[in-house]
Design a protein around this ligand. Structure first.
Ligand SMILES: [Zn+2]
Length: 301
């Protein structure tokens, strides 16, 4: 994204470091992320959006070769460099490969430590550091490729997953549940645009205990009634108390608790099948500790 931008490579370095020093990394099976096929990206995005990102990349490459700037803005918060296109394809490809591995029974669940994130990417628009909607692509792919009837998307990022909503609203094979700080970027989600969306806006400075109660009262009955065959998580950790991007008060134990509740639903209805994809989380130390808490529950360690 360019120097000084919060969506930076150090985020993934912090996660890697944490896995190394805790020894947790040794207990996990690792997969490299392949590039997604464009036909799979098209399950969630319009061809024009895909072509424009590729075209912008080609244009930027020529500019860079001619001595021009290394980045170009897509929106005021979001820019690309010449590597963004491939990174975005591999980020979506990670979610797809994870879906394949989980559906094949090779692994029961997966966490995709990916950048760029995806949940603000709309069908026809990149925004909010996101280009392709990794989770929405994988959810649509699971429905099509594996002929599933019901998939759930659970989004616990501090920001509303407006892109995922844009892509999945009205598709009754998917249920999306989320909580997010409101009013706050992207200033959507105060209403449910379709019956398969459960948006729970929460005020700034809400603490983890209150969020847990909200989840118990709102998400759980909907998830249990829906009986998802597979669960996708938009795992943003920017609702952490130490993360200055938002003003919510979650801590590692809250992420562990939320993950336990999701694993519980997955065990009862989904044969344990979960694919979790990193979204936000901009304080590297808090991000890394929160991912560790999330992974320990997913991996039952
Ligand atoms: Zn976020």
């Amino acid at each position: 994204m360019g120097p000084g931008h919060p969506e930076c490579p150090e985020r993934l370095d912090a996660i890697e470091d944490r896995l190394l020093i805790t020894g947790l990394g040794d207990a996990l099976e690792r997969y490299e992320a392949p590039e997604a096929a464009l036909a799979d990206i098209e399950l969630a995005h319009g061809r024009l959006h895909i072509a424009s990102l590729r075209g912008l990349t080609d244009w930027l490459r020529e500019e860079v070769e001619a001595g021009g700037p290394s980045h170009t803005q897509v929106d005021p918060d979001t820019s690309i460099n010449v590597h963004t296109w491939k990174a975005a394809l591999r980020s979506a490809g990670a979610a797809l490969a994870a879906t394949d591995a989980v559906m094949a029974g090779e692994i029961s669940n997966a966490f995709c430590a990916v950048r760029p994130p995806g949940h603000h990417a709309c069908r026809d628009k990149a925004m909010g550091f996101c280009f392709f909607n990794n989770v929405a692509i994988a959810a649509k792919y699971a429905l099509q490729r594996y002929n599933l009837q019901r998939v759930a998307v659970i989004d616990f990022d501090v920001h509303h997953g407006n892109g995922t909503e844009d892509i999945l609203a009205g598709d009754d094979r998917a249920l999306m549940v989320s909580f997010f700080q409101h009013p706050f970027f992207p200033y959507s989600g105060d209403q449910n645009p379709a019956s398969n969306m459960l948006n729970v806006p929460v005020a700034a400075y809400t603490r983890g205990m209150d969020v847990r109660e909200i989840i118990e009262m709102t998400w759980m009955p909907r998830l249990e009634a829906f009986e998802p065959e597979m669960i996708f998580i938009s795992a943003g950790f920017d609702a952490h108390r130490e993360d200055d991007m938002g003003q919510l008060g979650l801590v590692e134990q809250d992420y562990a608790w939320i993950t336990h509740r999701i694993v519980d639903v997955a065990r009862r209805f989904s044969k344990g099948r979960i694919v979790s994809c990193l979204e936000g989380g901009y304080m590297p130390s808090a991000l890394a500790r929160s991912v560790e808490a999330h992974l320990r529950v997913l991996a039952d360690l």
